[in-house]
Design a protein around this ligand. Structure first.
Ligand code: SF4
Ligand code: FE
Length: 491
């Protein structure tokens, strides 16, 4: 099968029997649900851009497994150039959607599991790498979206998986059979889970011998028997349910999505297992996946940042203050911060290296520095955007008021006319355009899209402390002490 079009992707989701719950109820037609659809449109963009000749070179690539043309989101990186192109592709998608487009978690899982399974087999004589290659060939041939599922609920954080009062706090084996395993547990805040055709499950922490039954990686279809999702709600999400509220929504076309994914006695056939008890490799998968996803943020968040900066510049222009030196300086600062993140994404890619399995891994220290900066800079960019936009982005009356013909004025003016009069921007700019940019900024800074631009920048791909642990490990303080000793003449 060739690459899917955006529409074929959306239609392919309808064929799945994915079990989705929201507001305490099962949602049967989740593909057309107004709260879910923007996140589907967002993934669909990864298909649409691959069909666009303007972007085909960035979005598509020759498969290292089959030689066929595949979407880069299903590719195993073959060089540092591939790693750089991945970041560029993510920036492009961020610019086109101003949201989390979700498909990267699968791409990052492919590359982490591919290289790790090779090394597990090397030590244990297992055949996980072959299993994985077969699975990925199937994914590439069918141009599927796959969720990379890592974050377990974790229960009592001071305890290992095997020490938890409830064993389900980490995904684990409940039964070993001749033909496969039966697994239970859950993964929290799973980006793009509902929109994916398949899932790859991975461990979320390094494990010890007692955690054997929790040291697991496997693939399973999103509609597997026993699997279901409970949709995560976002700030201001029910605006999407209102009629004629596309302006108030801020970004009516695109959005991100997270869910609680539950596995209740799901059977996994042997051919889809990539780790099964080799506990000493759990940490390797976590570290590699996290490394790739920390690199990813040097692309996706930068693309979204580009749109935030553009929106702030438009807000200033509409208010007639774009020439003020203070405004110009704030836009320079936002650009400086955003491009610094991009520098980190490109740097950790350009310093990548070949793994034993043959695909390319990013520089771990630089990827962790990248993500650590992402936990800070978007917050400052948002602060400056709010500063430029002014308070109107959170105090403006609703879209319904602007279109209301209820009379309020002594000369028969309607609510809509009064709103349009007092919220008029500079000459030549419609009040509606001003409304649109203010609501867009509200959405990015503290509405539904802030999930993807702010809090996800903090906690997605690991919270700040996780990066600091990696920076401590990779920072080579001993070597640096030696530099100082050599020059200071200390024996
Ligand atoms: Fe991709 Fe960024 Fe979303 Fe992660 S947060 S899935 S890297 S868009
Ligand atoms: Fe993320």
């Amino acid at each position: 099968m060739a690459l899917m079009t955006a529409n074929e992707y959306i239609e392919s989701l309808r064929k799945l029997n994915t079990r989705v719950y929201m507001f305490g109820e099962k949602i049967d037609n989740w593909v057309d649900h107004p709260m879910i659809r923007p996140s589907i449109n967002c993934v669909a963009m990864t298909y649409a851009l691959a069909q666009d000749p303007q972007y085909a070179e960035l979005m598509t690539v020759q498969s290292s497994l089959t030689g066929k043309t595949v979407n880069r989101f299903t590719h195993l990186h073959q060089s540092t150039e591939d790693l750089i192109n991945k970041v560029k592709m993510q920036r492009l998608l961020g610019q086109k959607t101003a949201s989390c487009f979700q498909r990267c978690v699968g791409m990052d899982a492919f590359n982490a599991v591919y290289s790790s399974t090779y090394e597990i087999d090397e030590k244990h004589g297992t055949h996980y790498h072959e299993n994985f290659k077969k699975f990925l060939t199937f994914v590439q041939d069918n141009d599927l979206t796959v969720d990379g599922a890592m974050t377990d609920p974790k229960g009592d954080r001071s305890k290992a998986p095997s020490q938890q009062a409830d064993p389900d706090m980490y995904v684990h084996v409940v039964e070993r059979r001749e033909d496969g395993i039966v697994v239970s547990g859950a993964k929290c805040h799973q980006t793009g889970s509902i929109n994916s055709h398949w899932h790859i499950f991975m461990p979320t922490i390094a494990m010890g011998e007692a955690d054997r039954d929790w040291a697991l990686s496997f693939a399973c279809p999103t509609d597997a028997e026993g699997m279901y999702m409970i949709y995560g709600r976002q700030s201001c999400d029910t605006r999407k349910l209102e009629e004629n509220a596309d302006i108030d929504v801020g970004n009516a076309k695109f959005g991100g999505q997270e869910a609680l994914v539950v596995l209740d006695h799901v059977f996994i056939p042997n051919e889809y297992i990539f780790l099964n008890g080799e506990y000493e490799f759990a940490g390797m998968i976590v570290e590699r996946f996290a490394g790739y996803h920390r690199q990813s943020y040097g692309g996706c968040k930068v693309g979204v940042g580009d749109v935030v900066i553009g929106a702030a510049a438009l807000a200033a222009e509409y208010n007639g203050v774009e020439k003020a030196s203070a405004v110009k300086d704030k836009l320079i600062e936002m650009t400086h911060l955003n491009e610094t993140l991009y520098c980190c994404g490109i740097a950790c890619s350009s310093q990548g290296f070949k793994t034993k399995a043959g695909n390319y891994q990013i520089d771990l220290l630089l990827a962790n520095v990248c993500k650590q900066n992402v936990t800070r800079f978007p917050y400052e960019i948002v602060r400056l955007a709010e500063d430029i936009a002014g308070g109107l982005m959170v105090t403006m009356p609703s879209q319904k008021d602007f279109s209301s013909d209820t009379v309020v004025g002594r000369n028969g003016e309607t609510i809509g006319e009064i709103c349009s009069k007092f919220f008029a921007a500079r000459e030549g700019v419609s009040t509606e355009d001003r409304q649109r940019i203010m609501r867009f900024l509200e959405n990015m800074c503290l509405g539904a899209a802030a999930v993807g631009y702010r809090t996800e920048s903090m906690h997605g791909a690991g919270s700040p402390q996780a990066q600091r642990i990696m920076i401590a490990r990779q920072g080579n303080i001993q070597g640096k002490k030696q530099f100082a000793k050599d020059i200071a003449g200390i024996q």
